[in-house]
Design a binder for this molecule. Structure first.
Ligand code: MRU
Length: 334
């Protein structure tokens, strides 16, 4: 996988040889973005199959259950991770009835590859639906990184932007820098450079200004989990962005593959929010000097909940869902 901690300075590909290393890479955000960590966890679980010395399928399943728990615990908010692990475990359980352990191992590897390939196709379908919402000349505010780096390829919200651009629409992106990990300034800007799409980085607290002064026509972001009523958990700061957009009647879309929709949760208040190391907030430097006083304390929730009432629509691979989301969203999850 690409070590996303090092971009944009260094494009480094790293390899892992155990599911525990993959879980650590997810936790440490070597790989990040909901669909990308789902795919990474799927390959991590397939790896666990090959790590296991089990001769019988029963022993293999026991080893895989343990690996599944380790992988699922690596990050709590993005449901894609549990979704991918559960999908592979279901395959393992189904095949173990009739196949020897080595066949199960091979089948899990090919299931992980299928899941990864499907992610790209899903993103491209979603991008085609979303691009219809983008008008020639739009300036779009985008939060975090939702591009090829955050998925297997193409992206969710950034995938929509990419497809609209490839359709010949003249668009401009205002890239929220996305404190504290700066996924916007580091990763989204890096991707937009590769695609040749015009953009400018803004600090997160500038979006209200651009929305109120008529300098942005759309707001797009992804999600790490959407509840059954259409509330979405996404990178911290999304809620404030959506509020400012709502107050200025700017159309706001969450771009969300159905693997990110968790119909088991009635509303966003039930989504677990990851709280990360305060050092991510405190250790930033300005002009080579530490910003916060030594000994300063900080809070670091990594996600917030945007209530469904602030969303104009939710773009999925099966089409664009409009309110009332509690009635309409389940119909789009096949
Ligand atoms: O903490 P991260 O960088 O993994 O958070 C990622 C996001 O919040 C993305 O917006 C989200 O995964 C949806 S887009 C693929």
């Amino acid at each position: 996988m690409i070590d996303q901690r090092r971009l944009p300075e260094v494009l480094e590909i790293v390899s892992y040889h155990s599911h525990a290393e993959v879980a650590q890479a997810i936790k440490g955000m070597v790989v990040r973005g909901a669909p990308a960590i789902g795919a990474a966890a799927a390959f991590g679980l397939a790896l666990a199959g090959f790590e296991s010395r089990a001769q019988t399928t029963r022993d293999l399943l026991a080893d895989m259950e343990a690996a599944a728990s380790t992988l699922k615990a690596s990050r709590p908010t993005a449901v894609n991770l549990a979704w991918a692990v559960d999908r592979l475990m279901a395959t393992a359980v189904r095949l173990s009835v009739s196949q020897p352990a080595d066949e199960v191992r091979q089948a899990l590897l090919s299931e992980a590859q299928t899941l990864a390939d499907e992610d790209v196709a899903i993103n491209q379908r979603m991008a085609a639906h979303g691009a219809e919402l983008i008008a020639h000349g739009d300036t779009i505010i985008h939060h975090c990184n939702t591009g090829a780096l955050a998925t297997v390829d193409w992206g969710t919200a950034l995938g929509v932007i990419r497809t609209a651009w490839e359709q010949g629409k003249k668009i401009h992106v205002l890239v929220d820098e996305t404190r504290p990990r700066l996924q916007g300034a580091r990763l989204t800007a890096w991707e937009l450079e590769q695609y040749g799409i015009p953009y400018e980085i803004i600090s997160d607290n500038m979006s209200g200004y651009f929305l109120r002064s008529g300098q942005a026509q759309k707001v797009l972001f992804g999600a790490d989990r959407a509840a059954a009523n259409g509330d979405v958990a996404n990178k911290i700061g999304t809620y404030m962005l959506a509020l400012a957009a709502y107050d200025n009647s700017i159309p706001t879309y969450a771009v969300v593959p159905t693997s990110t929709i968790d119909l088991s949760l009635a509303h966003g208040g039930l989504i677990p929010i990851e709280e990360r190391d305060p050092a991510e907030v405190l250790d930033i430097q300005f002009q080579g000097e530490r910003v916060a006083p030594l000994g300063a304390k900080a809070r670091n929730p990594a996600f917030d909940i945007t209530p469904n009432r602030l969303l104009t629509g939710i773009v999925t691979e099966n089409g664009v869902v409009y309110p009332p989301f509690d009635l309409n969203l389940p119909m789009f999850v096949k």
